[in-house]
Write a protein that binds this ligand. Structure first.
Ligand SMILES: O=C(O)CCC(=O)N[C@@H](CCC(=O)O)C(=O)O
Ligand code: ZN
Length: 334
């Protein structure tokens, strides 16, 4: 296997490869662009016209997706996976990953789309750097008159357990519809629940969707656990779907089966405004738990957040976020 196949090990130990560009036996080029960023380029005759960003570890303690990307890259570096797509592998918050923390100073996934300019510390620098790597990646290829397809899957795991183990979040972009092909790809990856966001956000997937016109998703893939403890979540179908995209293949036309996907939309965001914020949910309440109308979900500075929407469910409840940030999402079936 090429030594760049040890991308995760190199990144976690903070080592630079001696050779930054390596070719595998199929003439696929692996190019170390910087710490935690590796570009894979097929020979031009095999290039299907797709540019795919695969990111993980934007939160350092979310290891199952990091292990998934590592497996894909090892397959590429050892010629077990044929490449027909340009791919940018991104490991997000390396310092937090080394410490097994979600983040150090600031949540990296709240610093994109320029928000890093108003923040300090390693995460602010990393958000700026990752934006530039993504811009360079999408611009770094001749289109030869044909529009190239831009995809981004940003892989995460959640803090809490969930009644729906795997789900996708579709960033809000004005006027954008969710294509059936994307839903079919998610179905092929055993991701059958999709939440459509309803406002602009400063997440990584929202940045590539809004500013780089990519078809982007955040994927939630079970619960956050340390490296080597992810056997409880089965990502085989997702790995197979990503391998198909990397090889230049795709799902069949008309593969989407609407009856097998549940769509949600955001009803309201719960924002923590102050230290007096109180969330009235036990720590073991799982994502997608349904809340009764009339339920007092949160209180802050004398304001009461009461559930009014029938069939509402809660995801990402977290009273420990910094003031001004999202402390939960109330969602309803779309
Ligand atoms: O479990 C939680 O509370 C958070 C899990 C997580 O990291 N989720 C992402 C979702 C990003 C998005 O809204 O697209 C995040 O909060 O950054
Ligand atoms: Zn995350």
């Amino acid at each position: 296997m090429l030594s760049l196949g040890k991308f995760l090990e190199l990144s976690l130990t903070g080592r630079e490869p001696c050779e930054k560009i390596q070719l595998n036996a199929e003439s696929t080029r692996l190019h170390w662009r910087g710490e935690g960023v590796l570009e894979v380029v097929p020979p031009s005759a095999s290039d299907c016209g797709r540019d795919l960003i695969l990111s993980a570890g934007i939160h350092g303690n979310e290891t199952a997706p990091i292990e998934l990307l590592d497996r894909l890259l090892v397959r590429i570096a050892s010629n077990q996976l044929k490449v027909g797509t340009r791919v940018l592998f991104v490991l997000g918050n390396l310092e937090a990953m080394r410490k097994g923390e979600r983040y150090l100073a600031e949540d990296l996934n709240r610093l994109f789309s320029g928000k890093h300019e108003m923040a300090e510390g390693s995460e602010a620098l990393r958000a700026d750097e990752l934006e530039k790597y993504c811009i360079a990646f999408y611009q770094g290829v001749e289109s030869n008159g044909h529009a190239r397809e831009r995809l981004h899957f940003d892989l995460h795991t959640a803090i809490r357990g969930s009644r729906v183990e795997k789900f996708a979040l579709y960033p809000f972009v004005e006027g954008r519809e969710l294509p059936e092909r994307s839903l079919a790809r998610l179905q092929a990856g055993a991701v059958n629940t999709v939440l459509k966001q309803n406002r602009h956000a400063s997440t990584f997937s929202a940045f590539t969707a809004t500013h780089l016109d990519a078809e982007s998703f955040t994927l939630e893939l079970g619960k956050a656990r340390p490296f080597g403890h992810n056997e409880g979540v089965n990502l085989e179908a997702l790995e197979a779907m990503l391998a198909t995209l990397i090889s230049g293949g795709d799902v069949d036309d008309n593969a989407y089966q609407p009856e097998h996907t549940q769509l949600y939309q955001v009803a309201r965001e719960v924002i923590k405004h102050s230290e007096s914020f109180r969330l009235h949910l036990a720590d073991d309440v799982e994502n997608f738990t349904e809340l009764e109308t009339g339920y007092l979900l949160a209180e802050d500075c004398g304001e009461r957040f009461v559930v009014e929407e029938a069939g509402a469910r809660i995801i990402f409840p977290n009273p420990r976020v910094k003031n001004g940030l999202r402390a939960g999402l109330l969602i309803v079936p779309a």
